[in-house]
Ligand binder design. Structure first.
Ligand SMILES: C[C@H](O)[C@H](O)[C@H]1CNC2=NC(N)=NC(=O)C2=N1
Length: 97
């Protein structure tokens, strides 16, 4: 089982992922992405889905029109691991935000 990161380690890593915040209650990191319209939002999700599958690490997310709310946590570690940070970085790159 992967080891979860400490809250201090997560906090330090999030200084380089400014759009993301810690959800301590859920031992996760979260971010809200807002796009120009639904088509952009869904295109983002489609591209992220392929990256997540390739990483074998998947987001918990919901989409309402042009907004995508994302929660990342590592289920097998019951907490945040480097895989969550890697996926967050990939999502930011894909979103261009
Ligand atoms: C069997 C499969 O490899 C595992 O369930 C992977 C899939 N995607 C995953 N995604 C996330 N977020 N956490 C996991 O622990 C995880 N495990």
């Amino acid at each position: 089982m992967a080891e979860p990161m400490t809250r201090d380690e997560i906090r330090e890593a999030l200084t380089r992922l400014p759009g993301w915040t810690m959800d301590e209650a859920r031992d996760a990191i979260t971010r809200r992405f807002v796009f120009a319209d639904f088509s952009e939002a869904f295109g983002f999700m489609a591209r992220v889905a392929l990256v997540a599958e390739a990483m074998d690490h998947h987001p918990e997310w919901s989409n309402v029109y042009r907004t995508v709310d994302v929660t990342l946590t590592s289920h097998d570690a019951n907490g945040v691991t480097r895989r969550d940070l890697d996926l967050a970085r990939a999502m930011d790159r894909i979103a261009g935000q």
